[in-house]
Design a protein around this ligand. Structure first.
Ligand code: RB5
Length: 148
C-alpha cells in the first residue's frame, strides 16, 4: 500500500500518479488534499508520514509546489526518510543509498510525465545494504540523539 498526500501546489502530480498506480494495479491510500484550493502542506505530510511509520503503508509519495516544504515536515517524523526528487538518477539513488521511504516532488517544478517516471523508478528500486546500511543507521542515531 502506498500513502499519497499533497497540497494545492502538488495536486496535479498526485492526480497523474494515482492514474499510473491504478493502471499498474498498485494499491494506494489517498490522504488528500482533494482539490487545488489552498491548504497547509504539513497536515498532509504528517498524515502520510504516520501511515508509513505505523506500517499501514510501505512507502509514501508527497507533492507540494516544490516538494521541499512537504519533505521538511515529513522528515520531522521519526523513521521517515523523505527525499525531494527532480531527476531519474535521484529517484533511483535515494532508494539504493538512502533507503528513502517517502518520495517528494513539486508540481511547480516537475512535469506530470516526469513525476510518473520518478514514481515508477522509486517504487521499483531496492535498498542496497553494506556501507549504505551503516550510513542509514547513522541517520537513525542522529534522530535518536545517540550519534557521536
Ligand atoms: C504553497 O504555495 C507552497 O508554498 C507549497 O506548495 C510548497 O511549495 C512549500 O514548500
Amino acid at each position: 500500500m502506498i500513502a499519497l498526500g499533497c497540497d494545492h501546489g502538488g495536486y496535479n502530480l498526485i492526480v497523474a500518479i494515482k492514474k499510473y498506480l491504478e493502471e499498474k494495479g498498485i494499491a494506494y491510500r489517498d490522504f488528500g488534499t482533494y482539490s487545488e484550493e489552498s491548504v497547509d502542506y504539513p497536515v498532509y505530510a504528517y498524515k502520510v508520514a504516520q501511515a508509513v511509520v505505523s506500517g499501514e503503508c510501505e512507502m509514501g509519495i508527497l507533492c507540494c509546489g516544490t516538494g521541499i516544504g512537504i519533505s521538511m515536515a515529513a522528515n520531522k517524523v521519526k523513521g521517515i526518510r523523505a527525499a525531494v526528487v527532480g531527476n531519474a538518477f535521484g529517484a533511483e539513488m535515494t532508494r539504493r543509498h538512502n533507503h528513502a521511504n517517502v518520495l517528494c516532488m513539486g508540481g511547480r517544478v516537475t512535469s506530470e510525465e516526469d513525476a510518473v517516471k520518478f514514481t515508477e523508478i522509486f517504487l521499483n528500486t531496492p535498498e542496497e545494504g553494506g556501507r549504505h546500511d551503516k550510513r542509514v543507521a547513522m541517520i537513525k542515531e542522529i534522530e535518536e540523539g545517540t550519534f557521536m
